[in-house]
Design a protein around this ligand. Structure first.
Ligand code: AMP
Length: 434
């Protein structure tokens, strides 16, 4: 039974315990394999950035910047923020390091923790991890489709099935302002039927009224004008092209006219990927369904940072949600190394010799378990039994003096003494036969 500790992890933050690690590792491993195949390079940016980077990029009126930032003032008086998302930091690094002069598109991936001061609930943390892809310098909807395909492949390689991609276009600076006006007019005349949050959103960011989870707001939005009918020619063409690419790849997608996403900088394509199976369980459990992946196009963000127009597309996997889904459905994680040999030592001198012998097995890449803290042979054999190893090596005082070692076959109890310099080879030969 867990003993109550004096301290607990901060609200909404969690430990990733040894037994959970294989799932997280598998997510990163599959993600990196796919990213590298598609020519993405790894980048790491600081967890802390200047607060202004997010105010300017993510958007001062977004929930993330308005309500969810972890900020701090340094001793020197700088205002910094724990990153609530990867994109602004990567975009900053792109200009700061002159990547703008490299051959384009510049394709980058990043992994690590992100922080949002959210109301903690199932699938929603204040510190969580993302696997992130960004492509800078490509306008074509082919890139949108390719990145969506990469995320989809990642989830299906992790064994998720029944995946559904939700897509929408939220237009650009040509067509969105007019649509927002239309939408604001529509909702303003129906204000009384909206929740308190949406009344506020109506003034600050009317698009967010569209993705409100409250039933009463969803009833109002059913008759609201849809952006698809108000896209400018360029956005319409881009969206049509995206859908053609998606059709070509046979990806299961669904056009969701209410998908808007919470960040200011998106233009044209926005998308989310769900596991229908997981969503069903979440709904049965009374929690709202959570996207496993989300992202979109942001053609105007980089200009804010570097003055140069650089079209871009990106997205992020929520690693906690994916890892929890994998565990729940019993999907395979990273294989743990299972030792097939155990080293038992008896007495001081054998213990000293053991240290070097263990290292020889490591160099030979033969996983070996030991229990240097135990002295009795019985206790050590019991441990070897528990680990279900095939062989136990027994190194006693006499063996050390004779330069030998005993190999014990665990299933039959047969024992054989071999010269110690041959033990690695002897074990390798025997393991090969099994
Ligand atoms: P976003 O950066 O909001 O576009 O989110 C990208 C992905 O990160 C989402 O699809 C989720 O899977 C995941 N995510 C977002 N917020 C949280 C959170 N508070 N806790 C856990 N995962 C999250």
């Amino acid at each position: 039974m867990a003993r109550k500790s004096k301290f607990q992890a901060p609200t909404g933050m969690h430990d990733i315990l040894p037994e959970d690690q294989p799932y997280y590792q598998r997510v990163f491993q599959v993600g990196e394999e796919i990213a590298q195949f598609y020519g993405f390079q790894r980048i790491e940016t600081p967890i802390l950035e200047n607060l202004e980077l997010y105010e300017k990029g993510t958007g001062a009126s977004t929930d993330i910047v308005e309500k969810q930032m972890f900020t701090l003032k340094t001793k020197g008086g700088d205002m910094l923020a724990l990153r609530p998302e990867f994109t602004p930091g990567i975009a900053r690094a792109y200009f700061e390091h002159g990547m703008v002069d490299r051959p384009h598109p510049v394709k980058l991936y990043a992994t690590g923790p992100v922080f949002r001061y959210e109301h903690p609930q199932s699938g929603r943390y204040r510190q969580f991890h993302q696997f992130n892809l960004e492509v800078f310098g490509e306008q074509s909807a082919a890139i949108d489709a390719q990145v969506i395909q990469m995320f989809y492949s990642m989830l299906s390689d992790l064994k998720f099935s029944h995946l559904i991609i939700e897509v929408n276009s939220i237009g650009d600076s040509q067509c969105r302002p007019y649509y927002k006006k239309l939408l604001a007019n529509y909702f303003r005349t129906r204000q009384n039927a909206l929740c308190a949050d949406c009344k506020r959103r109506l003034r600050i960011n009317v698009l967010r009224v569209l993705d409100c989870k409250e039933e009463k707001c969803q009833r109002v939005r059913a008759q609201a004008p849809q952006i698809i009918d108000h896209l400018c020619d360029e956005c319409k063409r881009h969206f049509r092209s995206l859908l053609e690419f998606l059709d070509e790849t046979d990806l299961p997608y669904h056009l969701d006219p209410y998908l808007v996403r919470g960040l200011d900088y998106y233009t044209k394509t926005v998308f989310e990927i769900f596991s229908e199976r997981l969503a069903q369980q979440e709904q049965e459990g009374g929690v709202s369904r959570n996207a496993l992946v989300a992202g979109g196009r942001y053609d105007n963000l980089l200009k804010l940072y570097g003055g140069k127009e650089v079209p871009a597309f990106g997205g992020a996997v929520g690693v906690e949600r994916v890892a929890e889904g994998m565990r729940r459905f019993g999907f395979p994680a990273v294989h743990e190394i299972v030792p097939r040999v155990f080293l038992a030592q008896l007495g001081d001198l054998p213990k000293k010799k053991s240290i070097r012998l263990i290292e020889e097995f490591r160099k030979a890449r033969i996983p070996l378990a030991e229990s240097l803290g135990r002295d009795s042979l019985r206790a050590q054999l019991a441990r070897a039994d528990k680990l279900e190893v095939q062989y136990t090596l027994i190194l006693g005082q006499r063996e050390v003096l004779d330069n030998t070692i005993v190999i014990r076959r665990m299933d039959t109890g047969e024992q054989e003494t071999v010269p110690s310099e041959r033990v690695v080879e002897e074990i390798r030969r025997r393991l090969k036969k099994i």
